[in-house]
Design a protein around this ligand. Structure first.
Ligand SMILES: O=P(O)(O)OC[C@H]1O[C@H](O)[C@H](O)[C@@H](O)[C@@H]1O
Length: 303
């Protein structure tokens, strides 16, 4: 669909428009009384979100992020689906599934009575996805741009056998440095530590999480509410997850950031990922005709 037709169907004058972005990708630009945001139909991904009162964007997108039809965009809130990390069924496959390189179709853009804006995008199975993952599916993301950013990813199973998925809202949060930054809410949670490559035996988090080297962990049985305390940007980010018992915290530190061609060497000081996921042993089984929603609300509290 061309941009003119998309705007005629989904545009909201003065609030929402579809524009051509880098690499020819389609972006959805939103400016309402509560916040501004940018979404990509590529990957169904939020790229930017800033409440009107906030000094800085919630999210990080690197200068070297790829904007191309066949590449994932590193930053914002990539949607990892239908597997998170390594595919448990076929570990040699690309990590984090294929949803983040699909072109999502807008199905609804709505100005809500409270001043927020709601966008729904969808992908369904086709010959290309069935060649990788032989299942019928309807996958929908609902993104709400208000005083809070809400992202809800719903998997529907229209097929006649159960779907088994792992998945994640792989949020890249913009930060003001790591020296004084903490993640709160994980005290006492067991975690798998992937920083050394293969997961180390389970360990237990003691106190708030601090960053003094690469962190790549899957925490289990996490509380629904976590927060990032970021004195560098003078703010706290509150993350309220739904239907997620696992959480990934990732910062590549120096060597892994250098090894990634879509990160700048210094980017490790500019973001951390705190990801609302169903991962590791938290495999979601969706019976035929059923649906499952993984969701998170993100809120900035400045101090
Ligand atoms: O580079 P990506 O495919 O976006 O993945 C980035 C990172 O995502 C997760 O947080 C994983 O735990 C990491 O192992 C991975 O390196």
């Amino acid at each position: 669909m061309d941009l003119h037709a998309l705007n005629a169907e989904f545009g909201i004058p003065g609030t929402l428009s579809l524009v051509e972005g880098p690499g020819g990708l389609t972006l959805i630009e939103i400016a309402n009384p509560l916040a501004t945001a940018r979404l990509a139909t590529h990957g169904g991904q939020v790229l930017a979100y800033r409440p009107r009162s906030a000094r800085e964007d919630l999210l990080f997108v690197g200068e070297r992020a790829h904007f191309a039809p066949d590449r994932e965009i590193k930053g914002g809130v990539p949607l990892c689906w239908p597997w998170f990390g390594r595919d448990p069924a076929e570990p040699e496959r690309v990590i984090h599934g294929f949803a983040r390189v699909l072109e999502w179709t807008p199905v609804q853009c709505e100005a809500c009575a409270d001043g927020s804006t709601r966008v729904r995008m969808r992908v369904t199975d086709d010959a290309r996805t069935r060649a990788i993952w032989p299942h019928a599916f309807v996958l929908e993301v609902e993104i709400r741009i208000g005083a809070t950013l809400s992202v809800a990813l719903t998997t529907r199973n229209p097929g006649d056998s159960a779907l088994r998925i792992t998945q994640g809202l792989h949020a890249y949060f913009r930060i003001g440095g790591l020296a004084r930054l903490t993640v709160e809410g994980l005290d006492g949670c067991r975690y798998l530590d992937y920083a050394a490559g293969a997961p180390e035996p389970e360990a237990v988090q003691e106190g708030d999480l601090i960053f003094r080297g690469e962190v790549n962990r899957i925490y289990e049985r996490v509380p629904s509410s976590l927060s990032i305390q970021d004195p560098g940007l003078g703010r706290r980010i509150r993350i309220d997850g739904r239907n997620s018992g696992t959480c990934v915290v990732w910062n590549p530190w120096i060597a892994s950031a250098r090894a990634m061609e879509d990160l700048d060497d210094g980017d490790y000081l500019r973001f951390i990922c705190v990801e609302t996921v169903n991962a590791a042993s938290e495999v979601i089984e969706i019976p035929p005709g059923d649906a499952f929603t993984l969701a998170a609300d993100y809120r900035i509290q400045e101090f």
